[in-house]
Design a protein around this ligand. Structure first.
Ligand SMILES: Nc1ncnc2c1ncn2[C@@H]1O[C@H](COP(=O)(O)OP(=O)(O)OP(=O)(O)O)[C@@H](O)[C@H]1O
Ligand SMILES: [Mg+2]
Length: 249
């Protein structure tokens, strides 16, 4: 079943340049898709259209059959996004308040909010951080708080924009475990990374972008061959003709 569909999506910035230049794509419910490409190729701009943070200049974006332009609020509920820049996502005075912000906006019971926040903080290894001030945390800790924030939303679709940056080795592994858990539970996952080595083995599909367009789209082990040409490092195992390996193996 299709959960995301874009048709000829284009985004033109105020300076006249195109960040996204004609993306037509269909993503199935439960798919785990990695989007890769050189700096500035349009990954973040594309992802911001999926939950209505940006609106198309041309073309359309449908989430679960409904146009994001016509109902951005619904798109925001369905699509949880961890931003590339963790600082820009902090909204609460304390870590607890920050993670609770999303569920509180869903008008859930207090007890349900507490339960979700505690479980999300535990998933990212920050159970004892509830009273800490988010702005004073390290880069990796801030990223974990942002990840806890979308886990607590229990969205249908999860977007992770460069989620591994700033994370230490155990942090990368526990996030990979969490992503695998979400995937197993049937959530749709879109993730951008410059470091395919860490995660490609777990994905169903790899998309490579260049200058606002999709230039490759298909099975990870096939699409990644020769990806260096697009500014995406081909993992060592793939270069050696071996099966893709994971950081979790
Ligand atoms: N408001 C804006 N006005 C003009 N150009 C912009 C604007 N926002 C982004 N861009 C440009 O659009 C292009 C795509 O940016 P985007 O952030 O989507 O790239 P990206 O693929 O996510 O890159 P990275 O790997 O560095 O995260 C870049 O060249 C960027 O400079
Ligand atoms: Mg980006």
């Amino acid at each position: 079943m299709e959960i995301i569909r874009t048709e000829n999506l284009r985004h033109r910035f105020s300076d006249g340049t195109y960040g996204i230049d004609g993306i037509s794509i269909s993503i199935r419910k439960g798919e785990f898709v990695i989007i890769a490409g050189a700096n500035g190729c349009g990954k973040t701009t594309f992802l911001r259209h999926l939950n209505g943070l940006l609106m198309p200049c041309e073309g359309s974006v449908m989430v679960d059959g409904i146009s994001v332009t016509s109902d951005p609020r619904r798109a925001r509920q369905m699509v949880g996004m961890v931003f590339q820049d963790a600082d820009s996502q902090i909204v609460g005075e304390t870590v607890y308040d920050d993670v609770a912000f999303g569920p509180e906006n869903l008008c859930l019971e207090r007890a349900e909010v507490r339960c979700r926040v505690e479980s999300a903080l535990e998933s990212v290894g920050l159970s004892s951080f509830g009273d800490r001030r988010p702005h004073l945390l390290s880069g990796g800790e801030k990223r974990r708080v942002a990840i806890a924030g979308i886990l607590a939303m229990q969205s249908e679709i999860f977007i992770f924009d460069e989620p591994f940056s700033n994370l230490d080795y155990p942090g990368v592994c526990s996030l990979l475990e969490e992503i695998r858990r979400l995937h197993r539970r049937g959530h749709t996952i879109l993730l951008t990374t410059h470091d395919l080595e860490k995660v490609l083995a777990h994905a169903d599909r790899l998309i490579i972008m260049q200058q606002g367009k999709i230039v490759r789209d298909g099975l990870p082990e096939e699409c990644v061959k020769g990806s260096d040409a697009f500014g995406v490092r081909e993992p060592f195992a793939s270069r050696q003709g071996m099966e893709l390996s994971s950081w979790l193996n």
